[in-house]
Design a protein around this ligand. Structure first.
Ligand SMILES: [Zn+2]
Length: 157
């Protein structure tokens, strides 16, 4: 990696694409590397998530009854998903299973313990969403983690 790549901060629009999982593989690698080493940008990533969440809330209120605007994902239990912790930032993503779906969120079975309050990105079969960890309790083969999904979803490309 060049020095220029290390010192150049990630633009907000790129952070948004990062959350929505719409970056090319190449820029994803660059941004992952930057976020690992830059607290300013990984902090901004969490801010960006709040911002998107807020906007989603606003537009869902404005367009109440208009199913087109809100893109709810098709969620199913026992679906595999991949999970990444965004805050505190890690570029490590691992496979989890969705064991329960409710209106407010998901319960996942994960091999790694998650810290309550951390911000995570969940890539599901049809969509990508961010949310925060409400609880994490030991299970027979890992941990059950409850995730409150923030109300914006992006269909996977
Ligand atoms: Zn930065």
């Amino acid at each position: 990696m060049t020095v220029a790549e290390q010192t150049e901060h990630v633009h907000e629009s790129e952070l948004e694409l990062y959350l929505k999982d719409q970056l090319s593989r190449e820029s994803l690698a660059t941004i992952d590397a930057h976020l690992r080493s830059c607290q300013a940008c990984s902090g901004k990533l969490a801010e960006q998530d709040k911002c998107l969440w807020y906007l989603a809330e606003l537009s869902s209120n404005e367009n109440y009854g208009n199913g087109e605007r809100r893109r709810h994902p098709r969620l199913a239990t026992d679906d595999p998903a991949s999970l990444q912790v965004l805050n505190p930032f890690s570029d490590d993503a691992w496979e989890v299973r969705i064991v329960d779906v409710s209106r407010s969120g998901l319960r996942t079975l994960t091999t790694k313990r998650l810290l309550p309050g951390s911000l995570v990105k969940v890539k599901m079969q049809y969509s990508v969403a961010c949310g925060d960890v409400r609880y994490c309790i030991p299970a027979d083969n890992g941990f059950y983690a409850g995730i409150r999904l923030h109300d914006y979803f992006v269909p996977k490309a």
